[in-house]
Design a protein around this ligand. Structure first.
Ligand code: SRM
Ligand code: SF4
Length: 556
């Protein structure tokens, strides 16, 4: 047995000596330097801020011996993705005043601003605060923005379900005042919510990020099995309403570390509303104490569950709670993902429309779709509610009958395509931002998604498969931000010019995709998939999805 004691990573020290996430950030924001120190980079993440540089000009600047084009990405935590029109207009204003003129909707119902310079960070934080939003806790080693199916939060849902994502985000947010002191003028801050001290965070917070999602009882748009903790509402025959609670999911991998892997969560127990905080807190304390702080790439909770074994992990939670856990209910059978696109009339007579946002990028395209202007106009004219979806789309909800035609006309006048006109791959395709902003990107994703969608739709159409839906997800590296590991087709950046191709996941999100081909150049992706599409056309059962077909026949 090895007696070697592994050292904690440097990040643990940086957290410990940051005085609850303050560090030198305040001073560094005041100096004339465009970038920040490595210590501040680490701590800024907890404030929802990533230090980046524009990678499109990185090499050119380096060759000329010039300073890099330092920029920041700011992620705004929006529990359940629910926004008022005032909040949307504030985000819209900030995108042109402070960022690059786009609003990036994320796969976890948050919003990102790109291309912000250091001097823009405080004004942006103040603008968010004035509209009861914050970037604090959107990144960092804490419980992140809690994701929730938009349908649960609409006006027909149970009030407690509508509030659950907000409640959990608030309950497990770190309580330090640092963000409001540094960025938002101390006690004058509006969005600051005083919560009880949460003993589990301490000085070093969690070993890594921690993700929670709440699924609809009948559909899985949130990819509930990919979460550290997933909640599926249900009714228990003995204790009534509550949630099936799942633990130990996560999708990130690292090529440099073969001991990293994607993992689906296991159903651990059924909890009532009164028990949900207590059980999640027990999971968090267990993770805080047992998570690997010596290697960031293996620090996620899924490795604690995998290394210990799920049964042992469950027992550990029972010991910490001092009682036995109730058995979970069986997972729902009909569990496909709803894309929430198109028009729908609610039982209260109001309407909603889900609008596709390619790779989550809300912008005005020259001579094309002007989605940003359309959403601004709708928000200015009608008191609707916006819901961001975990598929990077937006649902405009609470539209009164009297406003329905005008909303539709605004969308049409701004060339926003109705869902009926979307291609069957385009409709649900996801891509992460990758180049030029993401520091971890090996290659392109978002910028080449439309082209990839076009070639895959072409390949399907040439085989009489043009009417079949196919779930495509693309990322610039194996961290898996667009969740390719559970997709029917996952395209994952491998080198500067190649991708690994995964197949066989599916919209239910309950199956990991299998590696099919490695290091495929972009232009050959559709070609490499061709033989599988041929087999699907010839051997697939009627209405059998591509992912189900692959799972049935396997890939050679
Ligand atoms: Fe992610 C890191 C973008 C969802 C797994 N993710 C990053 C960073 C911050 C890059 C970095 O560390 O420098 C990316 C910012 C790039 C940029 O320029 O904007 C980034 N992740 C995103 C978003 C914006 C992708 C999107 O297209 O929407 C998503 C923001 C979510 C949010 O609002 O909070 C996003 N990231 C995910 C997901 C999907 C999910 O959570 O449902 C995953 C896989 C699930 C999981 O966590 O296992 C994911 N991101 C990662 C990882 C791998 C973590 C790991 O387990 O090793 C990293 C790398 C890291 O943390 O060091 C990462
Ligand atoms: Fe960046 Fe990789 Fe995430 Fe894409 S998957 S945003 S390249 S970290």
């Amino acid at each position: 047995m090895s007696t070697e004691t592994k050292q904690e990573t440097a990040v643990e020290d940086i957290k410990r000596s940051s005085h609850y996430l303050r560090g030198e950030i305040g001073r560094e924001l005041d100096n004339d330097v465009a970038s920040v120190s490595n210590e501040s980079e680490q701590i800024l993440k907890f404030h929802g801020i990533y230090a980046q540089d524009n990678r499109d000009v990185r090499r050119e600047r380096a060759v000329k011996g010039e300073e890099l084009d330092y920029i920041f990405m700011i992620r705004v935590a929006i529990p359940g993705g629910r926004l008022t029109t005032d909040q949307w207009l504030a985000l819209d204003g900030a995108s042109s005043d402070i960022a690059d003129g786009t609003i990036r909707l994320t796969t976890r119902q948050a919003v990102q601003f790109h291309g912000v310079v250091k001097d823009g960070l405080r004004p942006l934080a103040r603008s968010l605060d004035a509209h009861l939003m914050t970037s604090f806790g959107a990144c960092g080693d804490v419980v992140r923005n809690v994701v929730s199916c938009p349908e649960l939060q609409s006006n027909e849902a149970d009030e407690r379900l509508r509030e659950i994502s907000r409640h959990l985000t608030r309950s497990f947010r770190a309580t330090t005042e640092a963000h409001w002191e540094i960025f938002v003028n101390g006690d004058k801050a509006a969005s600051r919510e005083v919560a009880d001290e949460r003993p589990f965070y301490g000085e070093t917070y969690l070993p890594r990020k921690f993700k929670i999602a709440v699924a609809h009882p009948d559909e899985n748009c949130v990819d509930v099995l990919a979460q550290d903790v997933g909640l599926i509402p249900g009714i228990h025959p003995e204790v009534g309403e509550g949630f099936n609670l799942l633990v130990g999911g996560g999708l990130g991998r690292a090529y440099a570390n073969p001991d990293t892997f994607a993992r689906l969560a296991d159903a651990m127990t059924f909890v009532t509303y009164d028990e949900v905080d207590e059980v999640i807190a027990a999971v968090l304390v267990t993770y805080r104490e047992l998570g690997d702080r010596t290697e960031r790439k293996r620090a996620r909770m899924k490795y604690v569950v995998a290394d210990m074994g799920f049964d042992q992990f469950r027992k550990e939670i029972e010991v910490r709670l001092g009682r036995e856990l109730r058995e979970p209910l069986a997972l729902p059978e009909h569990f496909d993902a709803d894309d929430h696109l198109g028009w729908k009339t609610r039982s209260d007579g109001t309407h909603q429309v889900g609008v596709r946002v390619s790779a989550g990028r809300v912008r005005d395209d020259d001579g094309g779709t002007r989605l940003r202007s359309a959403l601004r106009l709708i928000a200015q004219r009608h008191p609707v509610t916006f819901f961001l979806t975990p598929q990077q789309d937006i649902v405009i909800s609470d539209i009164p009958e009297s406003a329905r035609d005008e909303v539709q006309e605004i969308l049409r006048n701004h060339a926003v395509r109705p869902d009926a006109e979307l291609g069957n791959v385009e409709r649900t395709a996801l891509a992460c931002p990758a180049l030029p902003t993401c520091g971890q990107a090996l290659t392109e994703a978002e910028r080449r998604l439309p082209e990839l969608v076009g070639t895959i739709e072409g390949a399907l159409a040439s085989r009489q498969l043009g009417r079949r839906a196919l779930q495509l997800r693309m990322t610039g590296c194996p961290n898996g931000c667009a969740r390719p590991a559970v997709a029917e087709v996952g395209i994952v950046g491998r080198t500067k010019s190649t991708y690994d191709v995964y197949v066989g996941g599916g919209p239910r999100g309950d199956r990991l995709a299998t590696l099919y081909r490695e290091k495929v150049p972009f232009d050959e992706i559709a070609v490499v998939l061709g033989p599988l599409f041929d087999r699907w056309e010839l051997e697939g059962d009627e209405d059998e999805s591509f992912g189900d077909f692959i799972a049935r026949v396997g890939v050679a």
